[in-house]
Write a protein that binds this ligand. Structure first.
Ligand code: DAH
Length: 344
């Protein structure tokens, strides 16, 4: 029996040496040490042994079991170690590798220019006013000294919703709304950025929807020179200290006198180029002294206060600032165009 046990030990240890994986190891454990295994099989014959032989054989059996278990345990540990090493290797993260980039968005050039305009006027003490885009005929035209059938209404072809309601064609109606909200108190200093709508065919310089910024100052002793100084300050902050402006007489129903403002060409500095069509000047906005009838419509006494107003197209300012030649670039959302402004 002792020989059988020793043979079993030798066979088991040899077979265990060649084991290649945990499953095979577990099978061998069953084969040699399991309830129906080889060792149990041999020990069944213990009953036939004499009382002297039994402890001797028992000891050999325990030693064989111990030796097999020790090797199994050792192999098991080796497999576990190998598995851990493999996991560590395959799951390693190299923190020094560059990350996968997340594309960052950017402010749209029109919003950027609008914010710049707002910042400049806020710096001069203005507050921001807003008004509805769906407007009444009264605020959009009538109160701005544009009665029904006034020929100047043709300057701004309108989207009417009913006879009395339309999409605002300009931000000027916010002038009336802001004045009324003051109930006759002054000074009033506001700018109003916002969308406006006109029945234009879209092309390189026209769009049925675009953005304006309106400015209005009402107070005692406001003069045309205040207007000119304000606009010069604005243009120089927006386009650089070298910029100059000139005022040309013009007509708007809501201002008297009215002027159109040119600035020295931002492209050639005034020498004359393609952008300014050789004149050295670029038209940038309309302005004037608020018409007495408009002050009255806003609840002010034109004998007490005076005011100036101006209105500009945000797209136009952006076209000039960045030297863009087609307004439609602003609306078609081509990332090749938009991404150029990400770091400007
Ligand atoms: N509302 C005018 C337009 O859309 C622009 C304008 C001109 C606004 C003169 C003014 C102004 O406030 O005084 O063409």
């Amino acid at each position: 029996m002792k020989e059988r046990l020793e043979a079993l030990r030798a066979e088991a240890l040899q077979e265990l040496q060649g084991v290649t994986g945990p499953q095979e190891l577990s099978d061998l454990r069953v084969k040699y040490l399991g309830k129906k295994g080889a060792l149990t099989e041999i020990l069944r014959g213990m009953g036939a042994l004499s009382a002297e032989e039994r402890p001797v054989i028992g000891e050999v059996a325990n030693s064989v079991r111990g030796a097999i278990e020790a090797v199994i345990e050792e192999k098991n540990a080796a497999f576990r170690r190998a598995e851990t090493e493999e996991r560590l290797r395959s799951e390693t993260i190299d923190v020094t590798l560059p990350g996968s980039p997340l594309p960052a968005g950017a402010v749209h050039p029109l919003n950027k220019v609008a914010q710049e305009i707002e910042d400049i006027f806020i710096g001069m003490g203005y507050t921001i006013a807003e008004g509805p885009e769906v407007e009444t005929d009264y605020y959009n035209f009538e109160a701005l000294n544009l009665p029904k059938n006034h020929p100047a209404r043709d300057m701004q072809d309108s989207f009417y919703i009913t006879d009395e309601i339309l999409m605002r064609t300009q931000t000027s109606p916010v002038q009336i709304r802001s004045m009324k909200a003051m109930s006759g108190k002054s000074p009033l200093k506001i700018i109003c950025p916002g969308k406006v709508y006109r029945r234009d065919d879209d092309d390189a310089t026209h769009s049925f929807q675009f953005n304006q910024v309106e400015g209005l100052v009402v107070g005692k002793g406001i003069r045309m020179s205040d207007l000119k100084g304000t606009l010069l300050q604005f243009v120089q902050e927006m386009f650089g200290k070298q910029a100059r402006i000139r005022l040309r007489p013009s007509f708007f129903p809501f201002t008297e006198p009215s002027a159109e403002v040119d600035m020295t060409c931002s492209q050639c500095g005034g020498k004359g180029c393609r952008m300014c069509k050789g004149t050295g000047w670029l038209e940038i906005l309309g302005c004037g002294m608020v018409h007495p009838k408009v002050l009255q419509a806003g609840g002010y006494d034109p004998e007490e206060v005076t005011g100036f107003a101006f209105g500009m197209g945000i797209e136009r300012i952006a076209l000039l600032k960045y030297g863009i030649d087609d307004i439609r670039h602003f609306y078609t959302n081509d990332l090749r165009f938009l991404s150029q402004f990400a770091r400007m």
